[in-house]
Design a protein around this ligand. Structure first.
Ligand SMILES: Cc1cc2nc3c(=O)[nH]c(=O)nc-3n(C[C@H](O)[C@H](O)[C@H](O)COP(=O)(O)OP(=O)(O)OC[C@H]3O[C@@H](n4cnc5c(N)ncnc54)[C@H](O)[C@@H]3O)c2cc1C
Length: 66
């Protein structure tokens, strides 16, 4: 779960990494920094991991499980 909560202002998700969190942390940190500074993702598009996708029940199939 990555990105803003749709109803709670200034609440940003960066969680749910399971066993890959240390590997993903640099990219997630960069993406959230871009979101905070620029108001949107620039180099790492994390929109697929947003809260709204889960709330709407849209599945995201993982194709690159290590
Ligand atoms: C045994 C093990 C091996 C792993 N090996 C790897 C690996 O080789 N490679 C890899 O990429 N990932 C690995 N991971 C996964 C990685 O460690 C996690 O995905 C990552 O640490 C998650 O980071 P996080 O910041 O989301 O959460 P966390 O590191 O869990 O940090 C959450 C923090 O929030 C604090 N907290 C909780 N509740 C509250 C509260 N109410 N108020 C204030 N603070 C609170 C906690 O104390 C904690 O400091 C491993 C995990 C485990 C358990």
């Amino acid at each position: 779960m990555i990105g803003p909560h749709p109803q709670v202002k200034n609440f940003l998700f960066a969680n749910g990494f399971s066993g890959h969190g240390l590997q993903q942390a640099p990219a997630v940190g960069k993406a959230l920094a871009e979101l905070i500074v620029h108001g949107g993702y620039r180099t790492v598009d994390c929109s697929a991991f947003g809260y709204s996708r889960v709330a709407e029940g849209r599945a995201f199939r993982e194709l690159n499980v290590i």
